[in-house]
Ligand binder design. Structure first.
Ligand code: PLP
Length: 393
């Protein structure tokens, strides 16, 4: 077991940065006032929340009063979709989304189906990108909302948000985008993109877990998700997670600096990994568009073996990555995203996702490229599928 950790799973979560932690600490300790209290200790917490709100707003070119803090990216997605659905059901009960959304969106849509809404799940193309024309085709007189993610969490593909925003504006339909993976990696401007609702989460950008935000454009007709006190201008009752929100604000501020420079660095690591894997491991498939993808995202399938087994071997070397398969009730289900690309089940099982951060180095990628071919080879030797394929050749 290696003592050194190589963390290549930044799309799952990230480490809280030193500056973020420092900004949060006072609000976990001496600055404990309830933001709703009128005395100075409370006002201090309130001020810190409003300061964080302005930072989140600035990062996406919104107004402070259009940002609402939530308990997670999942909550933001739920609120956006259910909130718009229930507030607008008299106008129509049809929603359009894609078949590669995060489960926070997909399962919210499934829930709404049970409540009498109709959902169109537009399939993506083989490269993992939706064709806006296919969204346009699904629009009907009773369509009230489009929900299309900014960038995919598994294969990193970037959706044509601007084109979809134009369609939504022209057809006067609300447009929500899940930008949880995009924040800090891509430039986001809710005004030029014609976005009405946008979800983000702190723990993907070196902020704390359990805090998110929803951008709701002024004038959007949306119901509240949580009913309680007057917090978040009466839109989301519950005493605020002050330290979490402050950490989110600091993380957003830091992540918004030099997006271009950071992206270029991440692209170097990504290309080094992809090229290296294609060269050293036969029967490797790159999932998702090679260019229109998040700068730090690598997603590949190694034919004949299972992703989960690769992860266990990597873990022994201190390499942390992720796979598209999820172990549900004893059976390995391949990811809905990989299946949406048209990959057969047996290939989708052999997926590996690497998601880099700027803390990763070329040396770490070299280490991975040195170790992974041996792991894949070893697993293939144990795979009946591989042995059969060799016999056929
Ligand atoms: N949406 C996307 C695209 C994500 O990647 C994630 C996190 O994995 C979420 C939503 C959910 O965010 P959270 O973990 O804050 O609930």
């Amino acid at each position: 077991m290696s003592n050194h950790i190589h963390y290549f799973d930044n799309a799952a979560t990230t480490k809280i940065s030193k500056d973020v932690l420092e900004a949060m600490l006072p609000f976990l300790n001496e600055s404990y006032g309830n933001p709703s209290s009128i005395y100075s200790l409370g006002r201090e917490s309130k001020r810190a929340i409003e300061d964080a709100r302005e930072k989140v707003a600035k990062a996406i070119n919104a107004q402070g009063n259009e940002i609402f803090f939530t308990g997670s990216g999942t909550e933001s997605d739920n609120w956006a979709i259910k909130g718009v659905a229930f507030a607008n059901e008299k106008k129509g009960k049809h929603i359009i989304t894609t078949n590669i959304e995060h489960h926070a969106v997909l399962n919210t849509c499934k829930y709404l189906e049970k409540k009498g809404f109709e959902i169109s799940y537009v399939p993506v193309e083989k490269n993992g990108i939706v064709d806006p024309k296919n969204i346009l085709k699904e629009i009907r007189g009773d369509t009230i909302l489009l929900s299309v993610m900014f960038a995919n969490n598994e294969i990193g593909t970037i959706q044509p948000i601007k084109e979809i925003g134009e369609i939504a504006k022209e057809k006067k339909i609300y447009f929500h985008t899940d930008a949880v993976q995009a924040l800090g990696k891509l430039e986001i401007d809710v005004q030029s993109l014609n976005v009405d609702l946008l979800s983000v989460s702190a723990h993907k950008i070196n902020g704390p877990k359990g805090v998110g935000a929803l951008f709701v454009k002024k004038g959007t007709d949306i119901e509240n998700l949580l009913h309680g006190g007057g917090q978040e201008t009466k839109r989301r009752g519950s005493t605020e997670n002050v330290a979490g929100i402050v950490g989110f604000g600091k993380a957003v501020e830091l992540t918004s600096k030099d997006i271009k420079g950071k992206s270029e660095y991440l692209e170097t690591l990504r290309e080094m990994a992809v090229e290296g894997l294609l060269k050293s491991i036969p029967d490797t498939i790159v999932n998702g568009d090679r260019e229109r993808r998040l700068p730090g995202n690598v997603n590949v399938c190694f034919k004949y073996i299972e992703g989960e087994s690769i992860l266990l071997f990597l873990d022994q070397l201190g390499i942390f990555a992720s796979s598209g398969s999820a172990c549900t009730s004893g059976s390995l289900e391949p990811s809905h995203v990989l299946l949406a690309l048209g990959l057969p089940h047996e290939i989708a099982h052999g997926s590996l996702r690497l998601s880099f951060s700027i803390e990763n180095t070329e040396e770490e990628v070299k280490y991975l490229l040195e170790k992974l071919p041996q792991i894949v080879e070893r697993l293939r030797m144990m795979s009946p599928l591989y042995v059969d394929s060799r016999k056929k050749k």
